[in-house]
Design a protein around this ligand. Structure first.
Ligand code: SF4
Length: 462
C-alpha cells in the first residue's frame, strides 16, 4: 500500500502528546472551579446576550450506558443491560437542561448538537425522541444546525436510522474500529462488515448530510495485512469522514483494557506501518487529509474548510463551526463557557445528587489566565491553520511573540531541522510533512507539558 511518510520519520515522532481538543487540556482542570464558578460564567454570557447578542451555543449530551464492554474502551461509561436506567437518566437530564434555561433564558440559539457516549443508541427510539423534545423545549435549534449522534452498529438497524432521521439528526458517526473478526473478538466488539454496510447504505438513502466512521489502529490481533483489508473496506463504503485513532494501552488507568493481552498487541513497527498504510490508503482513494486523525471526502464541508483555512477545533475534534460556548450535559460532560472550561461529575450518583438538589453538577474546571488564552490562540492556530502570524496574536493579546515565546520558538529548532516547521521573522509555518505531526509542534507552546511524567499519561502521538 502507498505510504507517504518515511518510516524513520513516523518512528521519530512516536512520542506521547495531547490531542488539543482544548487548551489547557482537561487533565489540568482543578476542583477549585465548581458549580458557583460555572454559574458565574453562565451569568456573564447572559449579560453579554443582553447587551449585543452572542454567537449560538453548541450542546453536547453524554449518554453513558452500554450493554457490553469493549476491551479497548477509555470512555466514561456504565455497562448495564437494565434499559430502564435510561428513563431515570433522562429525568435528570431534563432537570439539568432546565437549570441552564433558568440561567440563560429559554430558547437560546444552538447551531451544533452532538449526542455521544457510552452509546446514545442504548436509549430506545421513544427515549431519544423524548430527549430531543426536552432539548427543543429548552433551546432553539437554528436552521442548518449540525445535529449529530454516535451510532453503535450493534444497537442500530435501518429502521432505527429512519426514526433517527425523523428526529432531525443530520449527521451520523459509526464506531467501526476494525472489520477483522479476530480483532473484533479480541476487543469484545463483534459487528460484521455486512451490517455496517447496510446501515451506511440506508443512511445514504435517508440523505444524512455527513456520515463519519471511527477506526482504531494498534488493537490486539491487528496486523498490517488485516488492517489493510479494513482500510480498503472502509474506503469502499465512502463515508464522508473517517477518524483514525491510535490505541493507547493503559491498563492501569482503564480497567477494561486489562482483558487485552499485551502479547496480542501489534509491535511498534507494525503500528507504524498501519498508520502509514492508512494515511496512504485513504489519500490514495481520494480522501483529503484534514489533520491529526481525520480524513474527509473533498466535497465534505470539513475538506472545504481545510482548503479555505477555516478549520476549528473543539472537544469532538476538527469542526467547521467557529468557536462558540459549549454546554456539556450529562455525567462527565465537558463544557466551555467564555474563558472557562468545566466538567460534570464523573459518577452517576454524584451527578444525580447535584442536579436533584438544583445545582449544576460541575465538579472541576478552569478559569483561563491571560497566559492560557495567548497559548490557546497559538496552539489552535497551529492545529487548525498550520500557521501562526505573530502580528495577529500580538494585536489580540498584547504580547511580543519573539519575547514572550523565546524559549518555545528556540525549542522548535529540531523540528525545523527535520523539515516539519519553518520559523520565519513574523510567522511559524507547519510544512506539508509537519502537518501529520502538528500536535508535536503545538506541544512546544504547552506550558503544562514540562513534566515528562505528565506526558506519559497521554495517548501516543501516532
Ligand atoms: S467503546 Fe463505546 S460502546 Fe464500547 S464500551 Fe466504550 S463507550 Fe461503550
Amino acid at each position: 500500500m502507498q505510504t507517504l511518510i518515511p518510516e524513520s520519520l513516523l518512528r521519530r515522532l512516536d512520542v506521547p502528546g495531547p490531542r488539543y481538543t482544548s487548551y489547557p487540556t482537561a487533565d489540568r482542570f482543578v476542583e477549585a472551579f465548581g458549580a458557583n464558578e460555572y454559574g458565574q460564567a453562565l451569568r456573564q454570557r447572559a449579560e453579554g446576550a443582553n447587551v449585543g447578542g452572542t454567537p449560538p451555543l453548541s450542546l453536547y449530551v453524554h449518554i453513558p450506558f452500554c450493554e457490553s464492554v469493549c476491551y479497548y474502551c477509555a470512555c466514561n461509561k456504565v455497562i448495564t443491560k437494565h434499559h430502564e436506567r435510561g428513563a431515570e437518566y433522562l429525568d435528570v437530564l431534563d432537570a439539568e437542561i432546565e437549570l441552564h434555561v433558568a440561567a440563560l433564558g429559554r430558547g437560546q440559539s444552538v447551531s451544533q448538537l452532538h449526542l455521544g457516549g457510552g452509546s446514545p443508541t442504548f436509549l430506545t427510539d421513544d427515549e431519544l425522541e423524548r430527549l430531543m423534545a426536552s432539548l427543543r423545549r429548552g433551546f432553539k435549534l437554528v436552521a442548518g444546525a449540525e445535529i449529530s449522534i454516535e451510532i453503535d452498529p450493534r444497537t442500530a438497524s435501518p429502521e432505527r436510522l429512519r426514526r433517527i432521521a425523523g428526529m432531525g439528526f443530520n449527521r451520523l458517526s459509526f464506531g467501526i474500529q476494525d472489520f477483522d473478526l479476530a480483532v473484533q473478538q479480541a476487543v469484545h466488539r463483534v459487528q460484521p462488515f455486512e451490517s455496517v454496510r447496510d446501515l451506511i447504505i440506508e443512511a445514504r438513502a435517508l440523505q444524512f448530510e455527513s456520515i463519519n466512521t471511527d477506526l482504531i489502529y494498534g488493537l490486539p490481533k491487528q496486523t498490517p495485512e488485516s488492517f489493510a483489508r479494513t482500510i480498503a473496506q472502509v474506503a469502499d463504503l465512502r463515508p464522508d469522514r473517517i477518524a483514525l485513532y491510535s490505541y493507547a494501552h493503559l491498563p492501569q488507568r482503564f480497567k477494561p483494557q486489562r482483558r487485552i493481552l499485551s502479547a496480542d498487541l501489534p509491535p511498534p513497527d507494525h503500528r507504524i506501518r498501519m498508520l502509514g498504510d492508512a494515511i496512504g490508503g485513504f489519500i490514495g482513494r481520494g480522501y483529503t487529509y484534514i489533520g491529526m486523525d481525520h480524513f474527509a471526502l473533498p466535497g465534505d464541508s470539513l475538506s472545504v474548510a481545510r482548503r479555505q483555512g477555516r478549520l476549528h477545533r473543539n472537544f469532538q475534534g476538527y469542526s467547521t463551526q467557529p468557536d462558540c460556548d459549549l454546554i456539556g450535559l450529562g455525567v462527565s460532560s465537558i463544557g466551555r463557557m467564555g474563558a472557562t472550561y468545566s466538567q460534570n461529575a464523573k459518577t452517576i450518583p454524584e451527578y444525580y445528587d447535584a442536579v436533584r438538589q438544583g445545582q449544576f453538577p460541575v465538579v472541576r474546571g478552569l478559569s483561563l489566565t491571560r497566559d492560557d488564552l495567548v497559548r490557546r490562540a497559538v496552539i489552535m492556530a497551529l492545529m487548525c491553520q498550520g500557521r501562526v502570524e505573530f502580528e495577529s496574536i500580538e494585536l489580540a493579546h498584547l504580547v511580543k511573540m519573539r519575547e514572550y515565546f523565546a524559549a518555545e520558538i528556540e525549542s522548535l529548532a529540531p523540528l525545523a531541522e527535520a523539515g516539519l516547521v519553518e520559523v520565519g521573522e513574523n510567522s511559524i509555518q507547519v510544512t506539508a510533512n509537519g502537518w501529520f505531526f502538528v500536535r508535536g509542534v503545538a506541544m512546544a507552546f504547552d506550558r503544562h507539558l514540562r513534566n515528562d511524567q505528565v506526558r506519559e499519561r497521554f495517548s501516543r502521538i501516532i
